[in-house]
Design a protein around this ligand. Structure first.
Ligand code: SAH
Length: 250
């Protein structure tokens, strides 16, 4: 199957919208967004990307955003199934990559269980794009041979995070959804033995006009001295210290 071939009636495409800038969409994403009957999108999909939708497409916001009321996951799955069964060509649009902290797995399982034809279009995930915008390579030969992507949500649940194991296995940690728990994440990492001077970068709204990067240390993060506004990627490790700025961040 050609990934960018037009959708057929009753088909659903689970599409990664990338971090925000429309220029970072895949060709398949751009084509399917512009040629479908229904777009069911997350809160994180940027206005710039949504502006590429066909003028007559039905647009449904099914965002999940920390704290705010939003459609339940099963409602979203039911909606995708109903539109597909009605013969619509459906794009399920998610920020970044649909399978990275995006519940894409749950949605394709539901589609498959109902015999609905679907395709998956990967997107550029924020955990890679945001550091790149700040000039931070997520791997650097002199720093790390491993890389951890984590969700900051788990920081409040001790049972799901072994901080010592994490610190000893991964020289670079990339946190999604960490803005609200940054202080706590910082102190857990300090307690786990990570050096207090380890560099921390917080990249907010990467690739959008609100993009903003804050650089500090683990000590400062743990002390609540670093401001983190959602959506943000928090990257911790020596790759941050050796960053090369290449854009005007003012
Ligand atoms: N599937 C998405 C992640 C969804 S979880 C992906 O692959 O990127 C939502 C989290 O993604 C946010 O809390 C934030 O940590 C991160 N995020 C998404 N877009 C972002 C952006 N433009 N800049 C910084 N962080 C972003």
């Amino acid at each position: 199957m050609k990934l960018d071939a037009p959708l057929i009636a009753g088909e659903v495409a689970l599409v990664g919208a990338g971090p925000g800038a429309a220029a970072l969409l895949t060709l398949a994403a751009a084509r399917l967004i512009a040629d479908c009957d229904v777009i069911v999108h997350d809160a994180l999909v940027s206005d710039e990307v949504m502006a590429m939708a066909a003028p007559d497409a039905e647009i449904i916001a099914a965002g999940k955003r920390g704290g705010r009321p939003s459609a339940s996951q099963s409602d979203i799955c039911d909606l995708l199934i109903a539109r597909a069964q009605a013969g619509k060509r459906v794009v399920r649009l998610k920020g970044g990559d649909p399978f990275v902290f995006g519940r894409g797995g749950e949605e394709v399982r539901a589609l498959a269980a109902h015999g609905i034809r679907f395709r998956i279009i990967p997107g550029i995930t924020a955990g890679v794009a945001a550091p790149a915008m700040a000039g931070i390579p997520v791997t650097d030969r002199s720093v790390n041979a491993t890389l951890a992507f984590l969700t900051g949500h788990e920081a409040s649940d001790e049972s799901r995070m072994d901080w010592r194991a994490l610190v000893s296995a991964f020289p670079v940690l990339v946190f999604y959804m960490a803005a609200r728990n940054l202080e706590r994440i910082g102190s857990c990492l300090l307690d786990a033995g990570l050096d207090a001077e380890t560099a921390v970068a917080i990249i907010h709204a990467a690739t959008t006009r609100d993009e903003h990067t804050t650089i500090g240390t683990l000590q400062q993060a743990a002390a609540g001295q670093l401001q983190a506004l959602s959506p943000a990627i928090v990257i911790i490790g020596d790759v941050v210290a050796s960053r090369t700025t290449w854009r005007d961040e003012s």
